[in-house]
Design a binder for this molecule. Structure first.
Ligand code: AMP
Length: 148
């Protein structure tokens, strides 16, 4: 179990999110994803979170259907009902939400504003960091015990 919160993760990685508008072509959205080395972009329409578009949408909804990335728009392929979390959610809660819904990205919303995004990669890193800290503490404890 981990008590780390989304807020702590965002403090480390920052609040930056990459977004596109719904009318841009899938090709342009992929270019944004490639440029920033990310697997998803948020779709913002007139300041409102209108959807999320990820590599999986591209693979399953465009490539397999034989559509063209220069003709299809992001709004054709995005998932419109976006599940979000707040900074006070724990990583355990984020993990359950991602596992239950089978997605790897969760935008973070606080008082109606998007303040970041957590990904499965952030979750895995956080769990590993926490486990390493526990191992260090236990090793120090055991070494201290042996020394006395
Ligand atoms: P992913 O594993 O994040 O690449 O996403 C898998 C599928 O879930 C894609 O169709 C995404 O559009 C969708 N998806 C990803 N994140 C979310 C989210 N936070 N809320 C709703 N759908 C999402």
């Amino acid at each position: 179990m981990t008590t780390t919160t989304v807020r702590q993760i965002l403090e480390q990685k920052g609040a930056g999110v990459h977004s596109v508008s719904p009318g841009v072509s899938v090709y342009e959205a992929l270019a944004v994803m490639a440029k920033h080395d990310i697997g998803a972009v948020l779709v913002i329409d007139q300041g409102r979170l209108a959807g999320i578009f990820t590599e999986r949408d591209y693979a399953r909804k465009l490539v397999l259907k034989g559509l063209s990335s220069k003709e299809a728009t992001v709004s054709d392929l995005m998932t419109p009902n976006v599940c979000t979390v707040t900074p006070s959610h724990t990583i355990d809660e984020v993990m359950s939400t991602m596992t239950e819904n089978r997605f790897r990205h969760l935008p973070v919303v606080e008082r109606g504003e998007i303040v970041g995004i957590v990904t499965i990669g952030d979750v895995v890193k956080s769990v590993i960091d926490q486990q390493q800290a526990t191992i260090r503490q236990l090793s120090n404890y055991i070494a201290g015990d042996i020394a006395t």
